[in-house]
Design a protein around this ligand. Sequence first.
Ligand SMILES: Nc1ncnc2c1ncn2[C@@H]1O[C@H](COP(=O)(O)OP(=O)(O)O)[C@@H](O)[C@H]1O
Ligand SMILES: [Mg+2]
Length: 359
Amino acid sequence: MAQISIDGVTKRYGATEVLKRLDLSVAEGEFMVLLGPSGCGKTTLLRMIAGLETPSTGRIMIGGTDVTLTPPAKRDVGMVFQSYALYPHMTVRENIALGLKLRGVTPTEIASRIERVAALVQIAPYLERKPKALSGGQRQRVALARVIAREPSVSLMDEPLSNIDAQLRTVMRAELLRIHRKTGMTTIYVTHDQEEAMGLGDRITVMNFGHVEQIGTPDEIYAHPANAFVARFIGAPRMNLIRLAHRPGANAIEAAGIRAPVPATLGTLPPDLFLGFRGEEARPGAAHDGEAMIEGVVDVVEHLGAQIEVHLRLDDGEEAVFRRPRGETIWREGERASLAIPAAHLHLFNAETGAALRA
Ligand SMILES: Nc1ncnc2c1ncn2[C@@H]1O[C@H](COP(=O)(O)OP(=O)(O)O)[C@@H](O)[C@H]1O
Ligand SMILES: [Mg+2]
C-alpha cells in the first residue's frame, strides 16, 4: 500500500492547460474521490498517476519514489477504466489471469487468487463466460476483480459505476467500500456524481477547470464549502445561494423576504454577497434573535417519499428550496410561508470572487 503525492503538476495539450499546478496528497490506504464536472481534468490526472500520460511540469510520487517518468508496468498501479477494457475473446477467468501471468505469478497462486476475488465481487458463476455474455454490472465487477487480484499498492477507478443502473449502483457502492476495507488498497476514485463522492470518499477533492477547489472529508465539504462553486456542487438539493447587496456598516443583510444577521467577527463585508443556506437546515416559523428569516410564497411542493421538497418564491423573484419531512401540513401552494435558519448554518460568499467569508 502506498502514499501518493502530486506536486505542482501541470498538463498541457498544445496551448490548452488541462491541469494547472495541481497539488494533491493521498494517504496510505485512503479512499480519495476526485469529484468535478465533465471536462475538468479528472481522467487526465488519473492517467498521469497510472503512467499513461506524462505531466508537462511537476512531480508524481508513489510510496516515496518519484515515478513521474516511470512506465505504467513498473508502477504497481491498477486501473479500472470507465469502459472496463475487458478482452472480448477471453473468458472472465482468462481476463483476470492475464495480468497475473505477465507479472510472473505462479499458476497455483493465480488459481487461488481468482477464487478469492471471484467470491469477493460475486462473479464465481461466470468465470468461464466471455464478457459479451455478462450484464454491465457483471462486467464492471470483472474489471474490478482484475485489479483486486493483482493486489497493486494503488488502485485507480475512473467512473466505474457510471454505466450501471441506479439500483445496482447503490449495491456496488457498498460493495466497493467493503472491498476497500478488506484490501486496504490506496484508492483514487473518479466521479462527477456528488452523492457517490459523499458516500464513498474518506476525503473528496473537488476539481473545476483543472484546479482544486477544495479538499476535505465529505462532512467538511458539506458543512464548510470553501467557495460558491463547492457550495453549489455538493448536496441535493444544492445549497440555496441568494445574491444580496450589502450596505457598508449595516449589522444585517436585508433584501425582499430576507433578513440575516452579520457576525461582527467577519469584519468589513464586500458590497456584493451570496447568502447561502441549505434547505434542510431551515425550520418553519418565525426567526429568533440571531437567526435569519426567509419569507415568500410556496410555489411548488414535490412529494419524494420520506421527504417533501418545497420551492419558495421570494418577493424579488428568487427561489429557495427546502427539504422537509413528509406529512408536514403547513405547505400549501400559493400561501405565504416563513422559515428561520440558525446563524451556525448561514454561509456568506463574496459574490465577485466566490470565496467563503469566514470569521
Ligand atoms: N489527448 C488530448 N488532447 C487534447 N485535449 C485533451 C486530451 N485529453 C483530454 N483533453 C482535454 O482535457 C480536458 C480534461 O479532460 P478529462 O481529463 O478527460 O476530463 P474529465 O475526466 O474530468 O471529464 C478536456 O477539455 C479534454 O477535452
Ligand atoms: Mg473522465
